[in-house]
Design a protein around this ligand. Sequence first.
Ligand SMILES: *Cc1c(COP(=O)(O)O)cnc(C)c1O
Length: 414
Amino acid sequence: MIRKTRLFTPGPTPLLPAAQFAMAAADIHHRTAEFKALYSKVLAQLKEFVGTKNDVLLMAASGTGAMEASVSNLTSPGDRVLVLSAGKFGERWTSLAKAFGCEVDVVSAPYGKTFDLEEVRAALKPDTRAVYMQATETSTAIRHSVRGVADLLKAADSDALLVVDGITGLGTTHLDVDGWGIDVVVGGSQKAVMIPPGLAYLSVSERAFTRMGTTKNPRYYFDLLKERKNALKGDSSYTPSVALIAGLGAALDYIAAQGGGNLAEGRNKLIENAETCAAMTRAGVEALGLKLFAPDAPAAAATAVIAPEGVDSGVVVKELKARFAAIITNGQGEMQGKIFRIAHLGYFDYMDTIALVGALELVAIDTLKLPGVRLGDALTAAQKVFASRRPDEAAQQLAESQSSLAPMEVTAAR
Ligand SMILES: *Cc1c(COP(=O)(O)O)cnc(C)c1O
């Protein structure tokens, strides 16, 4: 059979065709009225997508660039910060904060777990200037309680800024940014917004902008106060990634169309979509007798699965690619060879998910030779999950049929 290559990786994720067309057509200069209009539109859309009244800034960088900006702009050498770490991306916060001379306190949880809020409360000191965490830790596929941490900071009447790496949390988990008081939320283009890597974005509270006026760490390219000043005029400080910004605009139009033209509603649909794909996958995996790596609070962004006893998880990654051209990811760092990860964030649907579950089922039977597994076991479990969520799907389809323009037509009309 022919094999269509499909990404099931938690970044980069599958590309939205409408965004690809918009990127191909984006030969405009960045110091023109045409670009300013596009840039202002996309920045306004991002606020709705993130779900905040705070300003959102865009930068030409992968997500880590905006993580770095959240450290360099918000801290001075010697500042005490608290990092909540339960995986490779949590460890990145620690490395970044140390690189900028911060005194780093760390509350950590074992890989596959989330941290204990009591430990977080105990680690919070009167002079803690900022708390850094992930919404979802992509390396282990656990979901953290951003709300729990935000509530705790409020209850402690802490001056610490709350900075959330929402790079795979945005579009897969609900964040009430202004209600909970999240000062910074970081996102990246190659995740739920369905476009290639290269753009980082972040929402920044007034409190955080004020802090930047007194912090001493060096910054030049990632100068958020400067970027904000320019963004208000529809400009970026340096040459922006014009094509990616055009693609992002088309992707946010598509997400809005999923919510009948309302972007916040569309984002909620996107979250529900990821939740459904994730629940189908988890059911399929468990029906094969495999164990989830982060069962306590599994993220909708991705599912991490423990390889069976004595089997290198790379075998599953290799077989899915060789037989079905399905690209999944191995574990990172110490988790390599022990787990494999399947993504659900962004442009994944029922067809993608059921196909991956079916392919995994064949690998489980033919390659892993898992005992007692029969053809159809994983698919049946995934189908049951989907069927149980059908009323929601039907409501979604009805809403779509009532919106005046289909997503592709919206783009063609632009
Ligand atoms: C992908 C990802 C990042 C950013 O990685 P980049 O390669 O810099 O885009 C950071 N945090 C999380 C949780 C991620 O999933």
